[in-house]
Design a protein around this ligand. Structure first.
Ligand code: LMR
Length: 335
């Protein structure tokens, strides 16, 4: 044995002793990082829900978990973020339920059917019950675990001309999320639907690539779409909500005690996010009105009835895509 080997051994032994006294626990305490990517502004129901989850998750785990939020498509756009989650480049997302079709889970498009929920209470019966749970389970074979449903709210239509009766949509180029139900909805109105990432909508409206779109007041206002849309119809014809999802391998690999704290943080963040969504959207609609750039039409009962009738064929058309059993199950639960 050479002197150098002996010296090296001595050094290793001394180092190990020092670590045992001071360093080892510190090494084990490197925080677990959850990258939470989303496409909307921080001051939206989803943005606020993400902030609340971060605050509670870090608090309940005493800093053993660190949540990094990347809003406004800063990291990934609509379709890319789902791929990034599956690859493990990010750990948590909350995509709109209208965006799971390209992943091969088209059942979530049931949430896009026009007029399927008469109000938030009807929706809750689905998302907070067995049906909602069953639907989240459809994500597991894709390596994704669904943790919760978060609300945004009911949609308005926006464009550069008034949209009073179904005929008014004839030939309008309307941006949609990547949902076949939304495609069928606009086709039924005689419009030309165009799938586009959320981050590209403002510019597409500004440059005339699209004439209009549908979204919640909160999304319209925080993306400044109202500045480039002269007309809106307060129609509440459909719903936008989110599935909060995580990379399943990451989630299953977490220490059990940590996962329990994160579940608790998610439950509370869900209650919080779903508690602010309605007021946020009402405030955003008022803010759009106050900005004075967009004329908001309040739909009458007769106009609504005409829209309902024009959009009725969408149910039949989408039956084979979503599954008749899923549509029936959701409708029954929403009663
Ligand atoms: C959209 O793409 O229109 C929205 O659903 C974005 C979002 O996440 O609310």
């Amino acid at each position: 044995m050479t002197l150098t080997t002996l010296t090296r051994r001595g050094l290793i032994a001394a180092g190990a002793a020092a670590l045992a006294l001071t360093g080892l626990p510190a090494l084990a305490q490197e925080p677990i990082v959850i990258k939470f990517s989303h496409v909307v502004a921080p001051n939206t129901p989803k943005g606020k829900g993400a902030e609340k989850f971060k605050e509670l998750a870090e608090q309940y785990t005493n800093g053993r978990v660190k949540v990094e939020i990347y809003p406004n498509s800063q990291l990934y756009k609509d379709k890319e973020e789902l791929e990034a989650l599956q690859l493990g480049s990010v750990q948590m997302l909350a995509p709109s339920l209208a965006k799971f079709g390209p992943l091969g889970v088209s059942a979530f498009e049931v949430f896009d059917l026009p007029y399927i929920f008469k109000d938030t209470a009807a929706l809750r019966k689905v998302t907070e019950g067995e049906v909602g749970e069953k639907m989240l389970a459809l994500l597991e074979p894709k390596g994704i675990k669904g943790l919760a449903y978060w609300d945004n709210g009911f949609k308005i239509m926006t464009a550069n001309r008034p949209m009073i009766m179904p005929d008014d949509f004839l030939g309008l180029k309307m941006r949609i999320q990547s949902s076949k139900v939304l495609e069928a909805q606009f086709a039924a109105l005689g419009a030309v639907p165009q799938v586009m990432a959320f981050s590209e909508v403002y510019q597409a409206m500004q440059t005339g690539v699209v004439d209009g779109s549908e979204n919640t007041p909160s999304n319209v206002y925080t993306q400044k779409m109202h500045e480039v849309q002269k007309h809106a119809t307060h129609s509440n014809h459909g719903y936008i909500g989110y599935a909060v999802i995580v990379n399943k391998a990451f989630w299953d690999g977490l220490p059990e005690d940590i996962r329990a704290e994160l579940d608790k943080a998610m439950d509370e963040a869900t209650t919080y996010a779903n508690g602010v969504s309605e007021a946020d959207n009402a405030a955003a609609l008022q803010a759009i009105r106050d900005a004075g750039t967009t004329e908001i039409h309040e739909q009458t009962e007769a106009e609504r009835a005409a829209w309902v009738e024009a959009l009725q064929p969408v149910y039949q058309q989408m039956e084979s895509r979503i599954g008749k059993d899923t549509i029936d199950m959701v409708r029954a639960a929403a009663q």
